[in-house]
Design a protein around this ligand. Sequence first.
Ligand code: KG4
Ligand code: ZN
Length: 333
Amino acid sequence: MPVILGIESSCDETSASVCADGTILSNIIANQKIHEAYGGVVPELASRVHQQNIIPAVQQALLNAKVSKNDIDAVAFTRGPGLLGSLLVGVSFAKAFALANDIPLIDINHMQGHVLAHFIGEDKPQFPFLCLTVSGGHTQIVLVKDYFDMQVIGQTQDDAAGEALDKTSKILGLPYPGGPIIDKYARQGNPNAFTFPEPQIPGYDFSFSGLKTAILYFIRDQEKLNPNFKEEHMADICASVERRVVTILLNKLKRAALDLEIKTVSLAGGVSANTDLRLGLQQLADEQGWKAFIPKFEYCTDNAAMIAIAGYYKYLKGEFVGQQVAPLARMPF
Ligand code: KG4
Ligand code: ZN
């Protein structure tokens, strides 16, 4: 019954989690509020705050799981992709912890971690399935054939879906990160109030930069007629933008699932916390007779539980790395 300590520090969340025999016992997430003032993550500041938060987060994760340092059998950490300075903090901590406790190290790809969050809890998807992995840095359709046998069949050619929402919120004068705020406004708005274009991109790839420009020009033109346009129509703008982002994502996922004859679809990554996307996926699955899997909210955004569960499955395979391992800002599957 392996007990795994998971460490996540790829962006602006410092997180630690304990997983015992595939069950998550704790998941501590320290958010970094400092970036709100800058309208985006400042890498240098993120590394410094990780450095302050990492040991308290681990101590709390051990406490909540009611285990001691000596009970940990292996430490799993996010090796990449992510901000190098942020990754360095988690990787260095994991190495020191493994050395001090004489236990193995397990490296995890952050994007695979997001996909493997589906294996937390009782209701697990069966292979093969398609996972729409949508975060602030990535937008991918992943064909998941086994725990560590995944293939990216489509991805964004420019901005990520979360980035598009974050940039839209900046245009609208809303705080960072914009995704959750747009989601909140959208609940009171009409998603059909305004129409934004759906890009025509071949295959299962995505593009969001045109959408961002369309929104920018739309707001600029409307404000020439009514300087208070944004404020007066905030809910409708957010609902319409959100609906377009969601339809772009789900139309591609639907096409991929139909082409590949895959009947299990799922969401992962921070944007899968989005209300319209969650409802839309479930509706699509119901229409098509497919099964849909969406992780619990706390396992959608960056968290160490997904790293700990991925670590558990790698532990079962006996796949460990040595102390010379280095973080990777870019890390293919
Ligand atoms: O996976 P994640 O926590 O970090 C990255 O690896 O990027 O994803 C963060 C992204 C941000 O762009 C944020 O705006 C978005 O997820 N997000 C949301 C919601 N909650 C977080 N987007 C839409 N609706 C939400 N409720
Ligand atoms: Zn992420």
